[in-house]
Ligand binder design. Structure first.
Ligand code: ADP
Length: 558
C-alpha cells in the first residue's frame, strides 16, 4: 500500500485517532463473529485470534500516552489500512461483505487528505482485492474480475456519496477554507492595530460586561487584572465636572450612534484625577445566528492637555488684566491732553504732563510685550537652542560694562569677582546672559544705597554658581516663594514706586530650567538679597518626555 502523506495544514483540524480506533475495534469484533460462525477463509484459530488480538491491542494503544505518536492520525490510518488489507487477503474471504469495512477508512482518508487520501486508499483497496482473490482462488477468473470491478465501483460510489454528504462540494469546501483563512488574517490585523493604539479601547455588551480590551485600556485603568467578563462600571468610575459620580453605562445607553464626552474624569485616591476624553459608539450587528449589541469605548487621558488649556486661559486672562491698567491710564491721559488742547487757553505744561504720563505707560506696555516675547522664546520647544562653549569671565565682563554705568548713575557700586578655577561653560550663552541680566537689573532697581556684587565660582567638577548680591530692599520671608510667579510684584511701597512687569523672574526661572540649572534666593528685608544660579557646566539638550507617545503593545485579543 502506498504511503499516505501527512498534510501539515490538516494537523489542526484532524480528527484524533480516537475516531479511527473504535472503527478498528468494530472490525475486530466482526472478525471474531465471522470466525466463530465459520465464515473466515483461514480456519486457524492461532492466526485469526492472534491477528484480532493484535488489532485490539493496537486500537487501544492510543489511550496510553506513552504510545501516542506525533503524527498520530496519519500513522493510525496507514496501519489500519495495512491491517484490513492483511485480514482481507489471509483471514477473511476477500470478495465478501467484509470489503465494506474499507469504506470507513477511505472516508477518513478523504476527510484527512482529501482527493489524495481517497485515491491512495482506493488503490490499496483494488490491490488488496486482486491479491486476495489471486491468493484465495488460485487465479483470477473473468467472473472474479467482474466481481472485483463491481465491488470496487460500489465501494467508491458509496464513499463518494458519503463524503459529498458529509463535507459538501469540494470546490465549496476550498472556498470556505479560503474564507476562514482570510477572516483569520483580517482578524489578526485588526487585533494588532487595536493593540498598538495608544488610546484605551474597551468593547462591552449591552449590559456593560467587558468583551474585549487592549493594553492601553489596562494602562489607563491602572490594572493588570483580566477584565474579560467583568462589569465595566467596576473598573471605570467616572465623575462629572461637579465631582458627582456618573455611571458610564448610563452615559452609554444615551448613545444613538456615537457620543463624545470630554467633561468626565476618573480618580485614583483623593488627589489623583485623570481627565478623560471618552468616545462611545454603539455596536449593533445582526447575523443569522445571533443579534449582537453592545458598546465600544475609546478612552484617552487628557489631563495634561486640560491643565495646559487651563493654564493658557489663566495666562491670557492675567496678561489682558495686566495690559488693561497701563492702557486705561494711557488712554485717560491722552484724552485729558486732547481736552486741554481744546480749551481756549492751552496750558502747555498740563498737556505735557499728561502726554508724559501716557508715554510712561506706553513704555511700560513695551516692557511687558518685550518680556512676553522673551517668555515665549523660553517656553518654545528648544531644538533651536544654540549651545556654545564660552568663558564665564567674558560674559560677566560684558554685563559689567553694560550695567556698571547704570549702577553708577544711581550712586551704587557694581563689583564682579570671578574665581580663577571656574571652568568654561558649554550651554546657551544667550540664556545664561539673560538670566544674569535679570538678576543684575533687579538688584540695581531695588537697591538705593550700597551696591551689587556678582560672584562666579565652581561648585564641583560639573557645576558652577553665579550669585548676584545686593544691599537693597530685600524680600520678606513670606514672599520669597512667590518671586518666580508670573506678574508677582512685592507690595512693598519702594518696589511699587519702581516700574516693573513682574515677569522677569518668571522668565528667569523658565530659562534656568531649560539649561538644567537651579535658582536660589537668600534675602532679608531692608538688608538685601542674593539670587544665585547653579548651572551644569555642560548642558544636555532636554527632550520633553511627556510628549513621547505610549507604545505598549500586548496581544490581549488573541
Ligand atoms: P519686576 O522686577 O519687573 O517687577 P521680576 O519678576 O523681575 O519683575 O521681580 C518680581 C518681584 O520680585 C519684584 O517686583 C520685586 O518685588 C521682587 N524682587 C526681585 N528682585 C529683587 C531684588 N533684588 N531685591 C528686592 N526685591 C526683588
Amino acid at each position: 500500500m502506498a504511503d499516505i502523506p501527512a498534510n501539515d495544514d490538516q494537523e489542526e483540524i484532524a480528527i484524533p485517532p480516537q475516531l479511527i480506533s473504535p472503527a478498528a475495534l468494530f472490525t475486530a469484533g466482526l472478525m471474531l463473529v465471522a470466525y466463530f460462525s465459520g465464515q473466515t477463509f483461514n480456519k486457524s484459530a492461532v492466526i485469526t485470534l492472534g491477528f484480532t488480538a493484535a488489532i485490539v491491542s493496537f486500537a487501544f494503544s492510543h489511550y496510553v500516552p506513552a504510545f501516542k505518536f506525533g503524527r498520530a492520525h496519519a500513522f493510525y490510518l496507514y496501519t489500519y489500512h495495512w491491517l484490513l488489507s492483511f485480514a482481507l487477503i489471509f483471514i477473511l474471504p476477500t470478495l465478501s461483505y467484509f470489503l465494506y469495512l474499507w469504506v470507513m477508512f477511505m472516508y477518513l482518508a478523504e476527510f484527512l487528505y482529501q482527493a489524495k487520501g481517497m485515491v491512495l486508499s482506493a488503490t490499496a483497496l483494488l490491490t488488496t482485492m486482486l491479491v486476495g482473490s489471486l491468493y484465495q482462488e488460485n487465479g483470477l477468473s473473468k467472473a472474479t474480475l467482474i466481481h472485483i470491478a463491481m465491488e470496487f465501483a460500489i465501494i467508491i460510489s458509496v464513499n463518494l456519496v458519503m463524503t459529498r454528504l458529509a463535507f459538501g462540494n469540494r470546490k465549496k469546501r476550498a472556498e470556505m477554507q479560503e474564507k476562514i483563512v482570510h477572516a483569520e488574517f483580517e482578524h489578526g490585523r485588526l487585533v494588532a492595530l487595536i493593540n498598538s493604539m495608544s488610546d484605551g479601547v474597551i468593547a462591552t455588551d449591552q449590559n456593560g460586561k467587558i468583551i474585549n480590551y487592549n493594553a492601553a485600556a489596562l494602562d489607563l485603568l491602572d490594572t493588570n487584572a483580566t477584565l474579560t467578563e467583568q462589569q465595566l462600571t467596576d473598573h471605570l468610575q467616572v465623575y462629572d465636572d461637579k465631582d458627582e459620580p456618573v455611571s458610564i453605562m448610563d452615559v452609554a445607553h444615551t448613545t444613538n450612534f456615537l457620543q463624545r464626552r470630554t467633561d468626565l474624569s476618573m480618580s485614583f485616591g483623593e488627589h489623583d484625577k485623570v481627565a478623560l476624553d471618552i468616545s462611545i459608539s454603539r455596536i449593533a450587528r445582526s447575523t443569522l445566528l445571533a443579534k449582537q449589541q453592545g458598546y465600544m469605548f475609546l478612552l484617552r487621558d487628557i489631563t495634561l492637555q486640560k491643565s495646559l488649556d487651563e493654564e493658557r486661559d489663566l495666562f491670557i486672562s492675567e496678561v489682558s488684566h495686566e495690559l488693561r491698567t497701563p492702557l486705561t491710564i494711557a488712554e485717560g491721559e491722552m484724552s485729558m491732553a486732547v481736552m486741554l488742547t481744546e480749551k481756549p487757553q492751552v496750558e502747555i505744561a498740563q498737556v505735557k504732563e499728561s502726554v508724559e504720563k501716557a508715554h510712561d505707560q506706553v513704555v511700560f506696555l513695551e516692557d511687558i510685550v518685550n518680556d512676553l516675547s522673551a517668555l515665549s522664546r523660553a517656553q518654545r520647544d528648544d531644538k533651536s537652542m544654540e549651545i556654545e562653549t564660552f568663558s564665564v569671565k567674558d560674559v560677566l565682563t560684558e554685563l559689567n560694562e553694560t550695567y556698571g554705568p547704570q549702577a553708577q548713575k544711581k550712586g551704587l557700586f557694581l563689583n564682579v569677582t570671578i574665581a580663577p578655577s571656574i571652568p568654561e561653560l558649554t550651554t546657551s550663552r544667550l540664556y545664561f546672559k539673560e538670566i544674569l541680566q535679570n538678576f543684575i537689573t533687579n538688584a540695581i532697581k531695588y537697591t538705593d544705597k550700597g551696591g551689587v556684587t556678582v560672584a562666579g565660582q565652581a561648585v564641583d567638577k560639573e557645576h558652577v554658581i553665579i550669585s548676584v548680591t545686593d544691599t537693597g530692599a530685600g524680600i520678606a520671608k513670606s514672599e520669597q516663594a512667590k518671586v518666580y510667579q508670573k506678574f508677582w510684584r512685592s507690595e512693598d511701597p519702594y518696589t511699587r514706586s519702581t516700574g516693573g512687569t513682574g515677569l522677569g523672574l518668571f522668565i528667569t526661572a523658565k530659562l534656568a530650567q531649560r539649561l538644567g540649572g537651579e535658582l536660589h534666593l537668600e534675602s532679608k528685608l531692608k538688608e538685601g538679597s542674593t539670587f544665585s544660579l547653579v548651572l551644569p557646566s555642560k548642558a544636555v539638550k532636554d527632550v520633553d518626555k511627556s510628549n513621547v507617545a505610549k507604545n505598549e503593545v500586548a496581544h490581549l485579543f488573541d
